[in-house]
Design a protein around this ligand. Structure first.
Ligand SMILES: CC(C)(COP(=O)(O)OP(=O)(O)OC[C@H]1O[C@@H](n2cnc3c(N)ncnc32)[C@H](O)[C@@H]1OP(=O)(O)O)[C@@H](O)C(=O)NCCC(=O)NCCS
Ligand SMILES: [Zn+2]
Length: 283
């Protein structure tokens, strides 16, 4: 999962007041040659940052162009979704949705339910998932999953119902896909190991190991973070992604693709010590 920032629109060329234009030529020496040359006139270059139309939002990480209505509107929508997530209506849940945990309670004050559905679902659910995937890809600066990948992927949603709200909120989303192999992340002490391979900034043992489940995307809106929601979703995926075959992340049965810094912490907390390449290791 790549972690670089993304842009709402291509940045325009930043404005710059080039007060100096160019250095002035020193005054020419008088004929006869005795006069001292005048010292060069020093000029200062002022970069007018106040005029720079690009703004990087500290809340959602998006960089957008100030004063461009489409960009401002796009940012407003994205920022609200990053903070509070999207709504989920019962009408989006008509078919193909499995209730994985009816009463999830990962931390005090957080009560919700976990559902799962196919990532290539159609209808209203499919339309909502497309928006959720778009949000996750923008946050992670990740490319969209291919149709082939979506076919091999299940979506896990953590749904909460805030007081007085008529619809539930998606307070977390995890994608889980069938994969074939992954690499074991080496402990820090082993990074000098001659055969170690650097994958997504992590030193790994070079031999691919059979692995049934990969986690290509995880996202929790900022309002709901550090309440155990992502961990609850990973556990739910490990338990139920492969029918009749609960998996144990601590024994190498789960891998993350391209973890971010917080994703790496989450991996540690869930006992996941494997990484994989989304395109190469898909089953
Ligand atoms: C990474 C992310 C999904 C974590 O979601 P979350 O619901 O806040 O995670 P949890 O509350 O389940 O965290 C479980 C444990 O993981 C670790 N952890 C998670 N996020 C962490 C962070 N930002 N810093 C340090 N530790 C973190 C902690 O050990 C935490 O347990 P604790 O809160 O009891 O200390 C969320 O921060 C997010 O959506 N980030 C933006 C997208 C992203 O980076 N996704 C990861 C892609 S691999
Ligand atoms: Zn923002």
């Amino acid at each position: 999962m790549p972690a670089t920032r993304t842009y709402a629109s291509r940045p325009k060329t930043a404005q710059r007041t080039d007060a100096s234009q160019a250095r002035k030529k020193p005054a020419q020496a008088k004929a006869g040659g005795a006069a001292k040359p005048k010292p060069a006139v020093l000029t200062q270059l002022h970069l007018a940052f106040d005029n720079c139309p690009l703004k990087a939002c500290k809340t959602c990480g998006l960089t957008y162009t100030r004063g461009v209505p489409e960009d401002e509107a796009l940012h407003k929508t994205h920022c609200a979704r990053v903070q509070r997530g999207l709504d989920w209506g019962r009408d989006e849940e008509k078919t193909g949705v499995q209730l994985v945990d009816a009463a999830a309670n990962p931390s005090p004050g957080i009560h919700g339910r976990i559902i799962s559905l196919r990532a290539d679902a159609g209808g209203k659910a499919g339309a909502k998932l497309a928006t959720v995937f778009d949000l996750m890809n923008t946050v992670l600066a990740a490319p969209p999953l291919s149709q082939t990948a979506l076919k091999a992927t299940k979506v896990y949603l953590f749904l909460v119902k805030p007081k007085n709200a008529s619809r539930e909120h998606i307070a977390g989303c995890v994608l889980a896909q069938r994969i074939s192999t992954s690499l074991a992340v080496l402990p820090t002490s082993d990074t000098n190991n001659a055969g170690a391979k650097l994958v997504h900034g992590l030193y790994c043992a070079p031999e691919p190991l059979p692995t049934p489940l990969g986690i290509p995307r995880v996202f929790v809106p900022t309002t709901y973070r550090r309440k155990g929601i992502a961990r609850a979703l990973i556990d739910a995926a490990a338990r139920s992604a492969i029918h009749g075959c609960p998996l144990d992340p601590r024994t190498g049965q789960l891998a993350f693709s391209q973890p971010t810094d917080s994703g790496r912490r989450l991996m540690d907390s869930c006992g996941v010590q494997r990484v994989y390449e989304e395109d190469d290791d898909l089953q």
